[in-house]
Design a protein. Sequence first.
Length: 282
Amino acid sequence: MPPATPELISPRSPRVSAARRLAKRNFRGKERLFLAEGPQAVREAAGHDGTLVELFATLDAAERYADIVGEARDAGARVHLASEQVIADVSTTVTPQGLVGVCRFIDTPFEEILAARPKLVAVLANVRDPGNAGTVLRCADAAGAEAVVLTDASVDLYNPKAVRASVGSLFHLPVAVGVPVERAVAGLQDAGVRILAADGAGTDDLDDELDKGSMGGPTAWVFGNEAWGLPEETRALADAVVRVPIHGKAESLNLATAAAVCLYASARAQRASGGCRTVTES
């Protein structure tokens, strides 16, 4: 177990150098480690069994977030007191919050997600912006989705911006990575999940789908690239291509906003009478 009052770690320490390298994808993949920054992410990592390996904390942060540092110790993580300069070197943010955790990869094999028979899934197909990916993951978590799938053409799940944008939701639900979109769709369909492709030019209207009562069953939403949406070959794989109606004068919705609308629409439909979730289910 780490000492109760760890010594200030040197900026030249091999551990500091190793943590700093995790800002780069090739090092993350080689070591199967990533960074979680800030109190919320570190707390969630500490509560995710076997995930948090090390924690770097300034003296001020260690005092302010003493409960989180205690949870990190209880989880078996090494705790290092660090200067603000060390935290700045390790962190990928402009204004670090004084806590940086080193975590083990936590993605879930796609087969395990299918075996769990999920009722609501978000599939990110060719989503390249890490902030958008993390935000959609957060939306999926908030809406009660049971899994997220990142296709092989999407951004790295462990990109620091994606981890920050998830605000801890990365540690809450299974996430599969590197799955070809064809395999993702086919596997989910075989598991009894209806595939809805979200597209601004979709032939089906989300309001109409809700009015018809067709969204109460297990559903996976496929969300496309921020700039050009879903290609025709991906839309063709879906059971329906659905657009979010624009009732005002806005030209369109951004990816994360559209994802939130779609996922919450499914969550509500599934919790309604006759849906695949009951009203009282937690």
